[in-house]
Design a protein around this ligand. Structure first.
Ligand SMILES: NC(=O)c1ccc[n+]([C@@H]2O[C@H](COP(=O)([O-])OP(=O)(O)OC[C@H]3O[C@@H](n4cnc5c(N)ncnc54)[C@H](OP(=O)(O)O)[C@@H]3O)[C@@H](O)[C@H]2O)c1
Length: 350
């Protein structure tokens, strides 16, 4: 859907981006320009560290405002991507001022009064304004996964799914990317070069780390638990069996996932490829050539979920593997949030 940019239009919403200087916030600004969001006013908000910084959007200059002094009654809709503690503190302030919040953090995802939305899967949740005033944006690895699970569930029914993720450094924002670059340079300088990682431990350079977010008593990590709980909520399948190992890899941007799904019925590969390729904004690379596959470096910044390595397992005709790659900053965060806003505008909910 393309919306016409017309800041002068009196019915267009007043928009705030909280976390405008961060990786997700900057991607939202790119999307506003690329997709031509209609807005009457735009407010860029971050911490006091960035207050006064000037950013350009659609050719106009905007001064970044500190959240402490921002008046949320100036915004009809606010995109929050400034961390969970910021959302916990400031989203209630925004909703009390009448602002509809689209939140990118974990703060409201499991709140029963806040829908958790992937527009390609459960846009119907946007038919009415939520009681809480908050629409939650899911975890960056969950979004591309549920977009594929929806199609598989509707055709064959899912018995269970097993997923391993390969998550990029940008999942931790600009600081994650910087630390990957610094640690890689340090490693190239020799094994004795002193580099103390702050975010990825042990260092991510030339390494993979099977731990994202904190450990829970179950032995799973919070990231792994998010993928299970959020998939169930988005798909409306409270008993869905998805088990995950989440791994950080030394890739700058784009998360990948190896996905094993066992269905209730035998699956034909040709039909599976048709079903997956027919889902909105999904590209299947090995439709005809089994040797074609997507990688983070080759798909680049893309608005599609990329799929390859689609294989029916040799021992079980009801089960198959696939590989997916999706831009975590766009599909996994900013684009999903943006598409929620587009759906709201289309419905007149905003
Ligand atoms: N990166 C991803 O792939 C991804 C995917 C899904 C969800 N998310 C979530 O989105 C959020 C932002 O992630 P990111 O990757 O954009 O991080 P980031 O690059 O570190 O950016 C953080 C943003 O939050 C602002 N901020 C930090 N502390 C603040 C405070 N106390 N008050 C107001 N603003 C504050 C920063 O502003 P300053 O410039 O002033 O520091 C910056 O604009 C996180 O909650 C993350 O979990 C990220």
């Amino acid at each position: 859907m393309t919306l016409v940019t017309d800041p002068a239009e009196p019915t267009a919403p007043r928009v705030a981006i909280v976390g405008a200087t961060g990786a997700v916030g900057s991607t939202l600004i790119e999307l506003i320009e690329e997709r031509g969001l209609r807005y009457r006013e735009l407010h860029l908000v971050a911490s006091s560290r960035s207050a006064g910084r000037v950013l350009t959007v659609d050719g106009a200059k905007y001064e970044v405002q500190a959240i402490e002094t921002f008046d949320f009654s100036q915004a009809d809709v606010a995109f929050f991507s400034a961390g969970t503690s910021v959302s916990e503190k400031w989203v209630p302030v925004a909703t009390a001022a009448g602002t509809l919040v689209i939140d990118n953090t974990i703060a409201f995802r499991m709140d029963p009064d806040s829908p958790l939305v992937v527009p390609q899967v459960n846009a119907h949740e946007l038919d009415r304004r939520p009681k809480s005033g908050v629409i939650a944006n899911p975890n960056c690895s969950t979004i591309p996964l549920v977009r594929l699970l929806r199609g598989v569930e509707d055709r064959w029914g899912i018995r269970h799914a097993v997923v391993s993720t390969y998550q990029a450094a940008s999942g931790l924002g600009y600081t994650g990317v910087e630390e990957l670059q610094e640690s890689t340079l340090a490693s190239l300088n020799g094994p004795d070069s002193a580099f103390e990682p702050e975010h990825f431990k042990p260092s991510l350079a030339f390494n993979v780390i099977p731990k994202i977010d904190r450990f829970l008593d179950s032995g799973f990590t919070l990231e792994e638990q998010k993928m299970l709980q959020e998939s169930r909520k988005i798909l409306g399948m409270p008993h869905l069996d998805v088990t995950t190992t989440c791994v950080r890899v030394p890739v700058v941007n784009c998360h990948s996932e190896a996905v094993y799904i066992e269905c209730h019925e035998p699956v034909d590969r040709a039909e599976l490829v048709e079903v997956l390729g027919g889902l909105p904004e999904v590209t299947v690379h090995d439709r005809t050539d089994l040797k074609e596959f997507p990688t983070p470096a080759t798909v680049g910044s893309s608005d599609h979920v990329h799929v390859g390595r689609v294989r029916i397992t040799q021992s079980n005709p009801r089960a198959f593997w696939l590989w997916l790659v999706a831009d975590n900053l766009r599909i996994g965060a900013a684009l999903n949030a943006f598409q929620i806003a587009e759906e709201l505008l289309e419905r007149g909910t905003l």
